[in-house]
Design a protein around this ligand. Sequence first.
Ligand SMILES: Nc1ncnc2c1ncn2[C@@H]1O[C@H](COP(=O)(O)OP(=O)(O)OP(=O)(O)O)[C@@H](O)[C@H]1O
Length: 578
Amino acid sequence: MLTDSTLVFVALAGIFAFSFYAVLVAGQLSLGQAGFAALAAYASAVLAPDPGEAGDAVTLAVALAIGVGVGVVAAVLLGLPTMRLRGVFLAIATLGFAEAVRILLVNAEWTGGAQGMSVPKVVTPGIAWALLALVAYLFWRQGPTRYGRALAAIREDELAARTTGIDVGAHRLAAFVTAGGTAGAYGALTAFTMRFIDPGLFDFASAIDGLVMAVVGGSTVWFGPVLGGAFLTLVPEIQRAAGLEAGWIRPFLASLLLLAVILFRPGGLASFFPVGRGPRPAGRGTARGAGGDAADDDPGAPGASGAATEPAHPHRRRARVAAGDVVARLTGISKDYGGVHALRGVDLQLRAGEVVGLIGPNGAGKTTCVNILSGLVPPSDGTAEVLGLDPARTPVHRVAAAGVARTFQHAKLFGRLSVLDNVLAGAHLVTRGTFLRRLLWLPSARRDERAAVVHATACLERVGIADKAGLAAGELSYGDQRRVEIARALAADPALVILDEPAAGMNRVEAAALGELITSLAADGLTILLIEHDVGLVMRTCDRVTVLDFGAVIASGEPAHVRDHPDVVAAYLGTEAV
Ligand SMILES: Nc1ncnc2c1ncn2[C@@H]1O[C@H](COP(=O)(O)OP(=O)(O)OP(=O)(O)O)[C@@H](O)[C@H]1O
């Protein structure tokens, strides 16, 4: 039989699990939530008015406001210096914070030290469940929005997320602060539930509990934490009903479950529920329902007929560079990696509307060159200018925002997201945020999401892969992954598209279609830099070709001129390509 206090504990556990979910969706492992919760619990216990005078409702409202506020402020203060950390380093740093908080609370006088302090009880099951529902609602609405997709993109591949224009630092901090606020709410609620708080409530074991509940429930689906919280809180109840009093069973089971979930069911308990996660593609001829992943809760998903009336681009279509203007210029660029001279005095110029090929044998420095152009790697010497920016001094997402989009030599897709969501994430720079408006169910949010889906579907159609929109990107063949990457790059409405070996993994027919696509993109005014080992494709599609060998330019000019250049023939000697 579920008692009132069990009901409250299940709800509180769910809220605490959501504070872990908040960062796990962005791929961060933070264990500081117990520290946020402890600060919030004590601050609200000390500062909130006495319910005997103010009434239960006022006391709880003030306590929650204090708890969330304290959690948010603490997360900002902790997040600013720690957001540069990744993976286990962030986990350790945040765990250190939580432990420091606990030790301070144990040793402070105003907290009652290890003895704790008494707090009036005002939380009822109804209140606890209403608040859990509110928190779950926030995360549910967050998922299929520009913000939610950006967090998922960061989780899946941070570097690729940067190059699609997502400000990874700001988004990670936002997720961390959300976790702080949620943990703060949990702390305040815990204080006004237990009648008595002591630092042991927020110790290492409780931090691990929260993490286990989020992971066991499912750390990528919004209702996962509710499942995890309910499941693990009910274990002792079931034990009691069965007459098993052993205290070790719950933690033992939790640890075992964590292991099993990580090994066999990374999606957690939530993955047993067939719930769609992404919007449906727009328009006719697309595979809605493909892969069983396209049904969804998203009111932004348009019907087939509605799509036809939508504009084929979202709101912030970016200004084109005038034909013939210089889009990018590398002057005397060198790059050394220790003793390796990856680039030596490279000059390269790209003009609007041109397709420029960059070829050369393996290790010639082609990828290094495009990494410099897209801001991923600073040159050791020389100057670079891309769309008016110095990419060496500009954060990668700002280079992308200026109009540079790229693909990678080894496709870097957001593997667990659908193909359509990949392209929607690629449209980050040209779509409006819809999260806050989705919370209020404003029709304009639905319109904006719909326009984004129409735009993304058009990009998928352009590369001929709209029929796979509902599949998880990681399930696709190599050739298809490359096409999705190109669609994702196009979704940002860029001025310069850098394609790093796009035909790798494609058959002849697909490569020929790719050639036609590149030509048509240039006809639309885009500038293309094409790195490709398929020299036939380069010769067919490029206006100019630059050849690198051992980090230096050995030839540059029209394809026919370059093909017959003796140095190029020598560099490629032994290959059939030229
Ligand atoms: N991060 C790095 N650290 C050390 N050396 C590097 C690094 N990146 C590239 N290099 C070296 O720089 C040289 C140029 O590499 P790069 O990847 O730019 O060549 P590439 O022309 O793109 O070759 P491929 O066609 O094989 O990809 C190679 O010798 C490579 O080993």
